[in-house]
Design a protein. Structure first.
Length: 361
């Protein structure tokens, strides 16, 4: 773990915000993006954390992302709307869309907002978390560039298209499911390639369609869908809902995050649902507590300490990393420090090696 150091969460957050502001991103928007990136690292989803800041910066510099967008509703109905993201940073556009979905749900019981002309929006959990905070059920999905071969194929067609659901409870922690439709998020393979580490068998195929454990070969090839034909079909459906339905790019028309020569035009879908649709909120909360309790006391399999609910492990990660500091690999820190140096923003000092450092009072 000596190549992984811990950093104060507030200092990493401040660094990201300062970098984005140097690139003409308004302060409020910079803080939103920083919130999203930091939350990923805190929850242990480092593939979507601050490792993404350099490519976000690169896309702004190349003029293929609008740093000062003015997202607007272009179609609206009693419980649904379509938001044009004005090619803004995904976390900015997505946050506004989820807020609109919550407002629609407050009036109509359910709110659905489709998004077009957006960009990579980070972890989907970030948006359903906003719904949970307001005591709504939240759903978030996005299409993504074609990095995944469809079941039975060997060429890229599908995105790793993430899907998240957040459901508040009463005394217990909320349920928060967030996953890509691939066996693993492609960002984890990017991290492995940067750290020159192999990937597990079954994650990806190379450009010839052969299974590979070489991260670089996997990046040149395709990641695989979870569950074979099931994951492949779910990814395809998400692309239809987020891309085809909203008027965004889809499948082979989607540009990759790393290609700085064109806009992405990603599509998202956000749903908010009132918990008091069919019963008082307090009754729903009690029923959620009851079913979560049933899960937690379910007899564990051999070698398993306890059955965990979706998102429980990530919540534990977040509590630990807020207390001890955000763990960042040396390779990521080097990229961030270089970016900061180019923009006159100093990267913060480390607290110490991961697993040993403690945040000072």
């Amino acid at each position: 773990m000596m190549d992984v150091l811990r950093y104060r969460a507030d200092e990493i957050w401040g660094f990201c915000g300062s970098v984005l502001e140097k690139l003409s991103v308004p302060q409020e928007d910079a803080e939103t993006v920083s919130d999203c990136l930091l939350q990923a690292d805190l929850r242990g989803v480092d593939s979507h954390g601050v490792i993404r800041l350099p490519v976000y910066a690169g896309r702004i510099r190349k003029g293929v992302v609008n740093p000062r967008p003015k997202p607007r509703i272009v179609m609206s109905y009693a419980a649904a709307a379509l938001l044009d993201g004005d090619n803004g940073l995904g976390a900015v556009v997505g946050s506004q869309a989820m807020e609109n979905a919550i407002n629609l749900a407050a009036l109509s019981g359910i709110g659905l907002v489709g998004v077009r002309r957006s960009n990579h929006f980070g972890i989907a959990a970030f948006y359903v978390g906003k719904a949970i905070q307001r005591n709504f059920i939240g759903v978030a999905a996005s299409n993504a560039p074609p990095h995944m071969a469809p079941f039975g194929g060997r060429s890229r067609l599908l995105g790793t298209n993430p899907f998240a659901v957040g459901i508040p409870a009463g005394k217990r922690s909320p349920l928060l499911f967030d996953a890509s439709t691939s066996v693993v998020a492609r960002g984890k393979i990017i991290v492995a390639a940067q750290e020159r580490k192999p990937i597990p068998d079954g994650w990806a195929i190379d450009c010839e369609g052969n299974p590979t454990t070489d991260a670089a070969a996997a990046l040149a090839g395709s990641v695989l869908a979870f569950g074979g034909p099931k994951g492949s079909a779910i990814s395809f459906i998400i692309d239809i809902l987020c891309g085809v339905l909203t008027g965004s790019a889809f499948a082979l028309h989607l540009n990759t995050l790393e290609n700085l020569g064109a806009e992405q035009n990603l599509g998202h879908v956000f749903v908010a649902l009132r918990t008091d649709l069919f019963m008082p909120t307090q009754e729903f909360a009690a029923r959620m507590d009851a079913i979560l309790e049933m899960l937690s006391v379910s007899p564990p399999a051999a070698g398993v300490e306890r059955v965990l609910a979706a998102g429980e492990l990530e919540t534990q990660n977040e509590a630990r990393n807020r207390a001890l500091g955000v763990p960042l690999a040396a390779s990521v820190v080097d990229q961030l420090a270089t970016l900061g140096g180019e923009l006159g923003v100093a990267f913060p000092d480390a607290l110490g090696p991961a697993g040993e450092a403690e945040v000072p009072a």
